[in-house]
Design a binder for this molecule. Structure first.
Ligand SMILES: [Ca+2]
Ligand SMILES: [Ca+2]
Length: 524
């Protein structure tokens, strides 16, 4: 009898069963860990953070933000009360910057990491109740995309029909002051967003199938949805009819249906001219509220016309729009800090304005800590600087190496480390308002009623089921007495949030302190 058998005999049956069960549990645990956890139904009614991965957090000291750095930052986002993340493009790109010049629609840019990092991100975000959507660019690729390179080199290639090639250069086109047709030795191609990003021929079923398969690639890996870039530009008809054509709306709806065939997925479209139309269920179901963003800081400065426009906006717009104060494109404005020239009171008034309205709020990374534009830069790079984690003029705590871009102009005074320890900081303000929104369904997805601007005071009410909330914001420098409509005299107002306390809570005559934000519950 070998010693091995002796040893085995020495092990009792219950021990063997116990060890086997442990082994099975370990295997099951590993498999479970790989499968993304489910998010709660309606997760996308919570606030999103728009994140430019390149500028968020660098994990390996090369000066470029990456997915591992973002994974390390998820607790930071959860602490703020974020329920969704919009990742600007993370697919392989040629631009080495914003990422909208895609070279591979089904892989992660090596600067940002690997597909394994992506899987880990989804897993870790879901474990914190946070959904992840990513930018997807349907309209164009990079000119370095292998299919475009083939179509350029060889006019006989089947990929010639994947892009908008013409033997004769079309005449009379003008898209935002530029001729979108780029002449080459082998004909001209259409490039709405610049010669480095050729438009796909979206009438070609092979191209549509290619995008369908790419979208499914990410959906099968567990992505929670997409921000679809520039959808009114999918299909052009002629020199005059190129923007927001019926064919573009129809095709966008087609992709939305594919995405939403997966459970609990979310789509938000970039459609600057007609966001209300694109927010319709049959097109995108969600779209950025362009037109509102440029009124928010004006309202915060007390401009009467802007306050009226803010009050009116959601009386004529679907609640499925996505509200924001700024984003990564300079055409939507500078960073909020620069819009209000560092006025902290106006900053909070602006934030409260869009965080409490209907629609899904999208916070641009760094806004929650009052981050200013990148030092010494202009245009888009100015608003896309490294996140200020700590006070450090060299690296902002964003990297242990040299950041690829200049840090924020107010890094020494506005950074996450300081903001998180101060009760009066922007961070604390955003956190308080988001906590309120996350705990009250009427604020997350309720109705929008009795909206009005009385002088410089905006007030509106939001209801869902039995829950009734009132939001009052005084943008003016003077206290003002207002009357709230539609609240029965026996009802009591109780303050859920007040930036400055109000002594007499009477709906019929409410004296609202200067430059203050209030959320009340109406109790019958
Ligand atoms: Ca890195
Ligand atoms: Ca196009």
């Amino acid at each position: 009898m070998s010693s091995l058998l002796k040893n085995l005999r020495a092990i009792s049956w219950p021990q063997i069963v116990g060890v086997s069960l442990l082994f099975v549990a370990l295997i099951a645990g590993t498999q479970f860990a790989r499968k993304p956890l489910h998010l709660p139904e309606g997760w996308h009614h919570g606030a999103f953070m728009e994140i430019f991965v390149r500028s968020y957090k660098d994990s390996n000291g090369d000066g470029i933000g990456d997915l591992k750095g973002l994974i390390q930052s998820l607790d930071h986002l959860k602490e703020l009360g974020i329920k969704g993340i919009w990742l600007m493009p993370i697919t392989t790109s040629a631009d080495k910057d914003h990422g909208y010049a895609t070279t591979n629609f089904r892989d992660i840019d090596p600067d940002y990491g690997t597909l394994a990092d992506f899987d880990e991100l989804i897993q870790q975000a879901h474990a914190r109740g946070i959904g992840v959507i990513m930018d997807y660019v349907l309209n164009h690729s990079a000119k370095e995309h292998p299919y475009f390179e083939e179509s350029l080199k060889n006019p006989q290639s089947p990929y010639r029909a994947w892009f908008e090639w013409r033997q004769e250069k079309p005449q009379g086109w003008d898209i935002w002051g530029k001729d979108p047709w780029v002449a080459t030795a082998n004909g001209s191609y259409l490039a709405t967003f610049g010669a480095h990003m050729p438009d796909f021929n979206m009438r070609n079923p092979d191209v549509v199938k290619y995008h369908e398969d790419s979208l499914k690639f990410w959906l099968d890996r567990g992505i929670d949805g997409f921000r679809l870039d520039a959808v009114p530009h999918l299909i052009e008809n002629n020199a005059k009819d190129w923007n927001d054509q019926p064919e573009s709306r129809k095709l966008t709806g087609h992709f939305t249906r594919l995405i939403k065939a997966y459970p609990n997925r979310f789509v938000v479209c970039e459609a600057t001219a007609e966001p209300k139309v694109y927010a319709r269920e049959e097109i995108c179901g969600g779209a950025f509220a362009f037109g509102l963003e440029n009124q928010i800081s004006k309202a915060a400065k007390g401009e009467l016309e802007a306050i009226q426009k803010v009050a009116q906006y959601y009386t004529q717009a679907p609640y499925t729009l996505a509200s924001f104060a700024s984003n990564h494109d300079q055409f939507a404005g500078k960073r909020l800090w620069d819009q209000v020239e560092g006025n902290a009171v106006q900053y909070k008034l602006a934030a409260a304005t869009y965080l409490l309205l209907p629609g899904t709020p999208f916070i641009y990374y760094g806004e929650e800590i009052g981050m200013a534009g990148a030092k010494g830069l202009s245009d888009d790079p100015f608003i896309r600087g490294p996140y200020s984690w700590q006070a450090n003029e060299q690296n902002a705590g964003f990297t242990t190496g040299k950041p690829y871009r200049a840090v924020s102009g107010n890094n020494s005074t506005h950074h996450a480390q300081l903001q998180k320890t101060s009760p009066n900081s922007f961070w604390s303000f955003y956190k308080d308002v988001l906590a309120l929104r996350n705990s009250r369904q009427s604020l997350a997805k309720g109705s929008y009623e009795s909206a009005k601007a009385q002088g410089q005071v905006l007030s509106y009410q939001r209801k869902l089921g039995q829950e009734h909330s009132v939001v009052v914001i005084n943008y003016g420098l003077q206290p003002m007495q207002i009357a709230l409509d539609g609240i029965e005299s026996q009802s009591k107002l109780s303050a859920l949030y007040s930036s400055t306390s109000i002594s007499n809570l009477k709906a019929a005559e409410l004296t609202v302190p200067a430059q203050s934000v209030h959320v009340f519950a109406v109790n019958k």
